[in-house]
Design a protein around this ligand. Sequence first.
Ligand SMILES: NC(=O)c1ccc[n+]([C@@H]2O[C@H](COP(=O)([O-])OP(=O)(O)OC[C@H]3O[C@@H](n4cnc5c(N)ncnc54)[C@H](OP(=O)(O)O)[C@@H]3O)[C@@H](O)[C@H]2O)c1
Length: 300
Amino acid sequence: MVYPILVTGGTGTLGSELVPRLLAAGRTVRILSRSARPNTEGVDYVVGDLETGDGIDAAVAGAEIVVHAAGSAKGDAAKAETLVSALRRAGIARHLLYMSVVGADTTPVVSSIDRSTLGYFEAKRKAELLVSGSGIPFTTLRATQFHSFFVAIVELGLRLPFVPSFAGFRYQPVDVRDVAQRLAELTLREPEGLVEEIGGPRVYPMEDLLKDYLRAIGRKRLVVPMPIPGAQPERNVPVQTSRSTTRPESAHGKSSWPKSLRPRHLTNRSLEPDCGLPKADQRAHASAHAPRPSPPDQKI
Ligand SMILES: NC(=O)c1ccc[n+]([C@@H]2O[C@H](COP(=O)([O-])OP(=O)(O)OC[C@H]3O[C@@H](n4cnc5c(N)ncnc54)[C@H](OP(=O)(O)O)[C@@H]3O)[C@@H](O)[C@H]2O)c1
């Protein structure tokens, strides 16, 4: 009997691109979610919460291949620990895939101030170590930020008088579909350990990304660069130019940021398959009549 592939985070931005690719490869999928949802063809939902541990033993029962793509701004180490413990108790997993972030191992998080702003990276690194030390054969993929990350910041800024940007930060946004494709391929192969990272085709100053997106949706807001506190300067490791957010040598993502924002992507029909943004954002875009953003010209 071929068991379904368990996907945590299967309802998220990445997971909702990953699951159809696994189905297209002829696999069935079990999705762990905190909310009950109706099953669909090839997909069963199980309710569970990786923060509390509720429902996790039932979710992992029979799972040989597990993709851990659930995550949130805080607490990813604890979520990984809950999952790994349940998988070890069940004792049959033969491939655990973990979705991590570029910078997990290269972002210095030492002080409590670092932790308050960059603690996400520390949690992802702890989760990586839990996975690699679990005794379960594993594959860990790190990606740069998805396009949806910048969309979320703009949407936050639209509720504020300005859009906050992190002063001096540069990013290499990657289309989530490129990440999902790579993760699907890895899921269907044997465990490979820590694999090469994936980033988008180009690096941009964060301000440019936010301004591009504002232009694309036809909205005006001041973009205000804000210094991110932390002890990096003391150790002479300027996080904004460090290896925290970019991997130019791993620019495997095909779809660039400006391409994703072309006006032809701002219609209901074309957005659905092509823009790489979450459904809620797609609906917001679809109602916007936007001018074409001028592609940022910096290549760093
Ligand atoms: N977004 C980025 O730019 C980026 C970049 C690199 C790596 N990553 C990593 O990629 C993974 C997916 O990111 P994403 O942007 O797709 O996330 P997302 O859209 O925010 O979705 C989060 C997913 O995690 C699940 N989840 C959250 N807390 C949970 C809990 N306590 N128990 C069970 N499930 C929980 C949610 O499921 P329910 O709401 O259905 O319960 C949802 O499916 C994360 O590990 C993230 O760290 C993200």
